[in-house]
Design a protein around this ligand. Structure first.
Ligand SMILES: Cc1cc2nc3c(=O)[nH]c(=O)nc-3n(C[C@H](O)[C@H](O)[C@H](O)COP(=O)(O)OP(=O)(O)OC[C@H]3O[C@@H](n4cnc5c(N)ncnc54)[C@H](O)[C@@H]3O)c2cc1C
Length: 466
């Protein structure tokens, strides 16, 4: 190679756009960017579009802030400075490419409707640039798991049956570009760059300090939790996963949402080991739950309108447009007088997370017993969950409300008292979140039986009218 050609390569700049893929392991965009000969310019852009409908809520932004800090530290160890920007990525990326003189950009794809539009807008403007995009956030690229008629699946079981057979994790690349420990970083200051705290991810009133007690965002923590879960908890997952008072699930949802670890990594590490027959069903069950995550993302990709509208059109005008504020407030603050509901809503408020079984119970109570539109619940979860995820949240709410893909039938209404007798018999979970619990002092804001009957009656009337 001629000298000036070699020099040109060494001076070349590759932009590495981090989105929600805050990890170095199993990150193809990072691996490709860091194997280029020249310098690497890692960037993160906080989208400040005021019209964004599902702008991440406070708990999720708290996680994002700390996860970025952790990513930045890891990049620094390898010689790179993560640069932060706030604004419209559609305008900022072309500007960053021009100002830095970069001729290559790498990123891992996201599949939510606004992210897909954004990618399209950016690519249209990068005609002279070499763009490398990767599908690493999911097990399969949305649109590639279809039924015999080449249509999307609307039921989980056949979707997963098809996907599970195709699942081949042997090729998972767990390397962290070990060939180059130090990477040549681009260190000049750029016009629009700002500091991490200027992204304004943390609310000023510091309510989020409490979350530090429960979570450590970042790739190192994700890997540690995954290892611990595999060692101590997975063999009992099948049974323990439904008991909210025990540590029976992985609590990896926010780590997965922010791409600090991938589903492929988790599955790879499980399947590369042989398990005793007593644990095999639990391992498979955990993999199936990751399948639900996959299903929710594929469903959102096929049906982007479902973030705001029921999948089943029978339910589009089913719930009143305006909720009864008093009831909604009581539900949000954990003051419904129904112990399992109040315990769940307080766990959510305190920790930014809620056990899956309890998510189903509180969602059923809101949409059926209180007769409030699922979107009000989805928005509350969106603002309060550290793992708030547009695809999983939409699917979860529509599933419980009875109006989504593979939904529980509307008339299957969770009885919050029966649920306690099955999953929190000794009231350990309730008492841990409601220390003041005393059976006689709890008067529900609605009569659970009557409100259930009213919900069923409404269903009959609405369906009868069609
Ligand atoms: C009304 C409602 C709203 C929900 N909102 C969200 C949300 O915003 N973000 C979110 O990540 N999950 C959501 N879920 C799904 C589920 O409750 C959480 O993923 C789970 O509780 C996270 O805990 P974990 O990591 O310990 O799960 P584990 O049991 O350890 O499962 C491992 C992983 O599988 C995935 N997973 C498990 N169950 C589901 C499911 N039912 N749907 C989709 N993925 C699943 C998650 O990524 C999870 O981290 C919602 C469920 C309901 C009923």
């Amino acid at each position: 190679m001629k000298n000036n050609e070699k020099n040109k390569q060494l001076l070349a700049i590759t932009v590495l756009w981090f989105r929600r893929d805050f990890r170095l392991t199993n990150n193809p965009a990072f691996n490709i960017a860091s194997s280029q000969a020249g310098r690497v310019l890692p960037i993160y852009i906080e989208n400040s579009d005021p019209n964004m409908i599902w702008r991440p809520g406070g708990a999720s932004r708290w996680w994002c802030h700390h996860s970025l800090q952790s990513l930045s530290d890891k990049l620094k160890e390898r010689g790179m400075n993560l640069k932060y920007f706030r604004g419209d990525p559609g305008k900022l990326i072309p500007a960053i490419m021009r100002e830095s003189g970069a001729d290559t950009i790498c990123w891992n794809r996201l599949y939510e409707p606004n992210e897909l539009m954004l990618e399209e807008k950016i690519e249209e403007q990068l005609t002279e640039i070499s763009v490398h995009k990767f599908d690493s956030q999911l097990l399969f690229t949305p649109g590639t798991v279809l039924n015999q008629q080449q249509q999307p699946y609307r039921v989980f079981t056949p979707f997963w049956r098809k996907a599970r057979v195709k699942l081949d994790v042997e090729g998972v690349d767990l390397s962290v570009n070990k060939r180059r420990k130090k990477i040549n970083g681009y260190n000049k200051k750029l016009k629009e760059e700002c500091r991490l705290d200027e992204l304004a991810l943390l609310d000023k009133n510091n309510w989020h300090i409490k979350l530090n007690q429960y979570w450590v965002p970042g790739e190192n923590a994700a890997l540690k939790i995954a290892r611990r879960f595999k060692r101590h908890h997975i063999s009992g997952y099948e049974i323990q996963r439904d008991i909210p008072s025990v540590h029976g699930t992985s609590k990896l949802s926010a780590h997965l949402h922010f791409g600090e670890i991938t589903a492929s990594q988790l599955i790879y590490s499980l399947l590369m080991q042989s398990w005793p027959s007593s644990a095999a069903a639990s391992v498979e069950r955990f993999i199936t739950e990751l399948g639900w995550r996959e299903f929710s993302q594929h469903t959102l990709w096929h049906f982007p309108f479902t973030t705001n509208r029921a999948m089943n059109e029978r339910f589009i005008n089913f719930w009143p447009k305006k909720p009864k504020q008093k009831l909604l407030k009581a539900w949000q603050t954990g003051n419904t007088g129904v112990p399992i509901i109040d315990a769940g809503m307080r766990e959510l408020w305190q920790t930014g997370w809620m056990h899956n079984r309890v998510r189903m119970i509180v969602a059923s109570f809101l949409t059926k017993n209180l007769g409030i539109h699922w979107l009000h619940g989805a928005r509350w979860f969106w603002n309060t969950l550290v793992d708030a995820d547009l695809a999983s949240n939409t699917l979860g709410w529509q599933w419980v409300a009875g109006c989504g893909v593979d939904a529980a039938p509307y008339y299957r209404i969770f009885n919050p008292y029966t649920q306690v007798s099955k999953f929190d018999k000794e009231l350990k979970y309730i008492k841990s979140w409601l220390p003041e619990y005393n059976e006689t002092d709890f008067t529900p804001i609605v009569d659970v039986k009557k409100s259930r009957d009213a919900a069923l009656e409404l269903y009959k009337i609405k369906n009868g009218r069609r």
